[in-house]
Design a protein around this ligand. Structure first.
Ligand SMILES: NC(=O)c1ccc[n+]([C@@H]2O[C@H](COP(=O)([O-])OP(=O)(O)OC[C@H]3O[C@@H](n4cnc5c(N)ncnc54)[C@H](O)[C@@H]3O)[C@@H](O)[C@H]2O)c1
Length: 596
């Protein structure tokens, strides 16, 4: 029979602890909530009150239930108050010596049968457990932030944790309405092992002025559908906590340089910029603890005038190419009111593209998203050509031909001869250096990357890539055009993978390495990222959709450019590609799709 948990203790009421108290109290369990001092206790109480009040205001919790919830929580200073609880969850700062001291004390204070759990993100549960006389009753119960919202709990068993304790804790998680994945004691477990390399990389991008904080965050939200961008997430986690987690993972997890905290992090922590909890981190918040971002001295001006500052007027746009991307891009520009000249390699191809654009626009009409008159007007704005000569008077050219440098360079050399001065020349390349293409012309200052996402009419993001030769006017023009298309243009440097792929694919590759090491299963890893981090798809689901060959090619590019050992493609990924398991398109990738 499963153990009855009628009273639990929570130690440390910071970012995580206060949320964990709420989770238990919401589910009818009495909680003894413990802090180190009266002021800290008050802060914890205020966090709980703020959170439950917000839930009531949003209609997610009845006022009476809130009051009952609060009655279940008993606040106290000092661990002595935990003498008769059934389970303790520790959520104090991420320092091994502190946690060991607390566990030794808990061991003395608590009843012999009490389970002692840590919410650590990266420290060894085993090392914490040996500070007690009951390591078999010590376990990791790793909640995700915010604890009341995120469905996942990682249950971490050490080599000595008793199987009954694991089973009891799993049953408890189910009672709390959480989904648990049970795993062994390894730095970062599943989710953080996959998340923190990505977060640290994003901080590195920000530190090196590769892109602004707003653009890095917008790129990952809009390009990957993540609930928040990496820098906003760092602020939510707390920069001090994130620093400690990275530092521990670096030391415990094989000294992977990608986990060595980016120097800026340490500086920010030292300066007291801890994220939301201190009111300022990468962003500035209304007040400490508030989720509301307020403008500060680096917030970009959002007005149309600022966006158009230095931008050239664009009315007529040339689109070169006849593939999926070109087709989508033609539609996007025509719908937004631009005159479009489509150039393909022949009348037959033009006819096909024209058909595809018509079909797509018609779908919009059927779904009630586009008026028939607007469809006709959009089609009327497109002219079809098989020669680049028709691009002599356009204001912007978007190239979306095959992803081969020699082809793109030859095309840009021709555009250089044909187009009028002042035209912005854009390439949609997703993997080639934009500067190579730019240098095929005599006007590299006018060349940018415009990296649309597939399907272009749907995806809200465009990466605007500026090379070391791109002029501010060309960048401003590209950004203004994105805004006029109703898309978010994020500006970044000319490096392999730009923002989105550079941050996304190493994470996917890491997931493959984790599977390959048999630490967990594809299902549990997918679950962990979806339920712990709010990702729309798990890494293996996404790899099967994107295609394993495409993913491997991108990962290889990233590795070759940066020579980062941690970016080396996972052998399992290479083997699957060699075996022809490319994902959904071949009906088999990480999963078998033949029956779906
Ligand atoms: N922040 C996250 O997103 C997140 C997510 C999952 C797990 N965790 C883990 O949860 C733990 C807590 O992290 P956090 O971000 O909530 O930290 P935090 O700094 O926000 O809160 C820690 C709290 O512990 C209290 N404390 C310190 N010493 C204490 C003691 N001796 N007795 C009682 N209370 C004490 C502090 O006063 C503070 O309120 C860490 O192990 C962290 O790795 C954090």
């Amino acid at each position: 029979m499963a153990r009855d948990f009628s009273t639990v203790g929570v130690v440390g009421l910071g970012t995580m602890g206060a949320g964990i108290v709420e989770v238990f109290a919401r589910n009818g369990i009495d909680v003894v909530a413990v802090e180190i001092s009266e002021p800290a206790l008050e802060r914890g109480r205020a966090t709980l009150t703020g959170s439950t009040d917000r839930a009531v205001a949003k209609g997610k919790l009845a006022a009476a239930d809130r009051d009952a919830l609060h009655e279940r929580v008993h606040f106290a200073v000092g661990l002595d108050a935990l003498h008769s609880v059934d389970l303790v969850i520790e959520a104090v700062p991420e320092h091994l010596d502190l946690k060991q001291r607390i566990f030794a004390e808990l061991d003395r204070v608590c009843r012999p049968e009490t389970i002692l759990a840590t919410n650590t993100s990266s420290l060894s549960v085993t090392e914490i457990s040996v500070a007690t006389s009951r390591p078999n009753q010590v376990i990791g119960i790793h909640f995700f932030n915010p604890a009341p919202v995120m469905k996942l709990v990682e249950v971490v068993r050490t080599v000595v944790t008793s199987p009954e304790v694991v089973a009891d804790v799993e049953a408890l998680c189910a009672r709390l309405g959480k989904v648990d994945v049970t795993i062994n004691d390894r730095a970062g477990f599943i989710a953080n092992a996959l998340l923190f390399g990505y977060l640290n990389h994003a901080v590195g991008m920000f530190e090196s002025h590769y892109a602004t904080r707003e653009d890095i965050d917008a790129a990952m939200k809009l390009g990957c559908g993540l609930p928040m961008g990496p820098l906003a997430l760092m602020d939510l986690i707390g920069l001090d906590t994130a620093y400690e987690i990275l530092d521990t993972m670096y030391r415990r997890g094989g000294r992977d340089r990608r986990h060595a905290p980016v120097p800026l992090l340490k500086q920010m922590v030292t300066a007291g910029l801890l994220g939301r909890k201190s009111g300022r981190g990468f962003y500035t918040y209304e007040r400490p603890g508030s989720p509301v971002v307020v403008p500060d001295e680096v917030t970009p001006l959002a007005t149309d005038a600022a966006l158009a500052d230095g931008a050239r007027a664009i009315t007529k746009v040339g689109v070169v190419g006849s593939g999926t991307m070109a087709t989508g891009i033609i539609e996007v520009f025509a719908k937004a009111g631009y005159e479009v000249v489509s150039v393909t390699r022949g009348a037959e191809k033009s006819a096909k593209v024209c058909e595809a654009v018509k079909t797509s626009l018609n779908k919009g009409v059927v779904r009630g998203k586009l008026a028939e008159a607007d469809r006709d007007a959009a089609l009327g704005r497109i002219s079809w050509s098989a020669t680049l000569d028709h691009l002599a008077d356009v204001d912007l050219v978007v190239e979306a031909v095959v992803e081969e440098l020699s082809v793109k360079k030859a095309l840009f050399a021709s555009l250089d001869e044909i187009c009028k001065p002042g035209v912005v020349l854009a390439t949609t390349t997703s993997s080639l250096p934009v500067i190579d293409v730019a240098m095929a012309t005599h006007r590299p200052a006018d060349v940018v990357g415009l990296h649309f996402f597939n399907p272009a009419p749907v995806m809200p993001l465009v990466e605007v890539v500026r090379t070391i030769r791109t002029s501010p006017e060309a960048t401003a023009t590209a950004r203004a055009v994105c805004a006029a298309l109703g898309k978010t243009g994020v500006v970044c440097g000319d490096r392999s993978g730009f923002i989105v792929n550079a941050l996304l694919f190493p994470y996917l590759n890491d997931a493959v390495k984790m599977l390959e090491a048999s630490y967990s299963t594809a299902d549990d890893i997918d679950h962990a990222m979806k339920l712990g981090c709010g990702y729309p798809m798990g890494p293996f689901e996404l790899l099967d959709v994107v295609g394993l060959d495409v993913s491997l090619a991108i990962q290889r590019e990233l590795y070759l450019e940066l020579r980062e050992p941690g970016f080396a493609p996972a052998p399992l990924l290479e083997h699957l590609v060699t075996a022809g398991y490319l994902g959904r398109k071949t009906r088999r990738g990480f999963r078998d799709h033949s029956h779906r």
